[in-house]
Design a protein around this ligand. Structure first.
Ligand SMILES: Nc1nc2c(ncn2[C@@H]2O[C@H](COP(=O)(O)OP(=O)(O)O)[C@@H](O)[C@H]2O)c(=O)[nH]1
Ligand SMILES: [Mg+2]
Length: 394
């Protein structure tokens, strides 16, 4: 076995205690070319860390504009042999940025005709699992929106266009922000929460109950049809006891009306339900039947903001027979971005128009809940902003 001492002049040489990510910067005429270089030279495990547009030449004059992409490969990923590349800069300093996406997660490469920033957003959308029809629709609308405002949409100068803002507006146009639950003293409003297991239905029922009882000073009753697990009933019962709220447990449709009557003169009945796998038709049918017996005024579908776009689409489809009137997004505190879930809400034809009522952003009852708000959801649309340097930054 031979041992080769570390060579200080070899940029590929990593030493102990150095950051364990190998970083390289690639330059190319467009993003598509740069990504292809990365894919060839670092493999598809490489993560894109940074994208910018630069120009060489004296003070940017008479220079060429090109794209610079910084990619990283963790040491344990570096099974690919790294060949020296033309126009490629190596460094061993790990940047303090989160990888924006890993190449292998991007289904298709970008459209080189799009402005650089939009190409980068396109990749981030695809990496977040947004289906390619939705990505195309959003980007086309974004470009026409920008040109209708007289903004440059091609060439290096289009860097000045506020693309993220235009993209946010485009997405927002496809979403509906609904109103929170409205109650009136003396009028009983029945609201059910449905959704997959573990998304936060029971916790959200507790947050809503506390908010209406303590802040809005409404009379609130709880009802659960989640009798499949004893622990589920106990969980809600614990909240009912702390807040001193009447609670009923219902197992069969025939018991629903008597249970609602037993809750007495309340302004708001919150119905907690068992998590259903959206794939289990039989259990969804049971849920539909139980809910029909309660005739809820509103049915909020609870969706986990950390779910993939595909899982959200599945939940929307699976719970369609329940006819949700609104959607609640939970666990925003844990979600890196909102685009996966929002793309499913926007693109799902069946549900185009299902309004968002609330978001939840933590485990604390009752604090971590707020009415859904467009600005907040859009500010969290994507993970990072794409940086584009001044033209003479090279
Ligand atoms: N981080 C975070 N956790 C939440 C949120 N809402 C609920 N949870 C947690 O998610 C888990 C499942 O919640 P639960 O209400 O029992 O879900 P259910 O099965 O839909 O009723 C619990 O550990 C909750 O504390 C939220 O907004 N953020
Ligand atoms: Mg529950």
């Amino acid at each position: 076995m031979t041992f080769t001492p570390p060579d200080d002049n070899d940029p590929n040489q990593l030493r102990e205690n150095e950051p364990s990510m190998h970083i390289r910067t690639f330059r190319a005429a467009n993003l598509q070319e740069a990504l292809e270089q990365i894919r060839q030279q670092m493999g598809s495990e490489a993560a894109v860390l940074h994208t910018r547009q630069v120009r060489d030449g004296w003070m940017g004059w008479l220079g060429r504009t090109y794209v610079e992409v910084t990619a990283g490969l963790r040491d344990d990923d570096s099974v690919v042999s790294i060949a020296p590349a033309s126009r490629c800069v190596d460094t061993r300093v790990a940047p303090d940025v989160e990888p924006r996406f890993v190449l292998k997660d991007v289904a298709s490469l970008t459209d080189p005709a799009l402005p650089l920033q939009l190409q980068a957003y396109q990749m981030e959308l695809l990496a977040a699992g947004v289906d390619s029809d939705t990505v195309d629709r959003w980007l086309n609308t974004t470009v026409s929106f920008a040109s209708s405002m007289g903004e440059a949409v091609s060439g290096p100068m289009s860097a000045g266009t506020p693309w993220l803002e235009h993209l946010q507006r485009t997405v927002l146009r496809e979403l509906r922000i609904g109103s929170p639950i409205l109650t009136h003293p003396g009028e009983r409003r029945v609201v059910a929460l449905v959704g997959p297991t573990g998304v936060g239905k029971t916790t959200t029922v507790a947050k809503l109950a506390a908010g209406f009882r303590i802040e809005a000073r409404r009379r609130v009753g709880l009802l659960t049809i989640d009798t499949f697990r004893i622990a589920a009933v106990q969980q809600l019962k614990a909240y009912a006891e702390i807040m001193d709220l009447p609670m009923q447990v219902v197992e069969r449709p025939d018991d629903m009306q008597p249970a609602l009557d037993l809750l007495g003169d309340v302004d708001l009945v919150l119905i907690d339900t068992a998590g259903r796998s959206p794939k289990s038709d039989a259990r969804i049918d049971q849920l539909v039947e139980l809910l029909r017996s309660a005739q809820p005024d509103e049915t909020h579908l609870v969706l986990n903001a950390t779910s993939s776009a595909a899982a959200t689409r599945l939940a929307l489809k699976g719970f369609a027979p329940v006819r949700p009137t609104a959607a609640i997004l939970t666990k925003l505190d844990e979600a890196p971005n909102t685009v996966g879930v929002l793309s499913a809400l926007a693109s799902s034809e069946q549900f185009s128009g299902i309004p968002l009522s609330y978001i939840t952003n933590g485990q604390q009852v009752p604090d971590d809940i707020a009415p859904a708000e467009a600005e907040m959801l859009m500010s969290r649309l994507l993970t990072t902003k794409v940086s584009v340097s001044p033209l003479n930054a090279a």
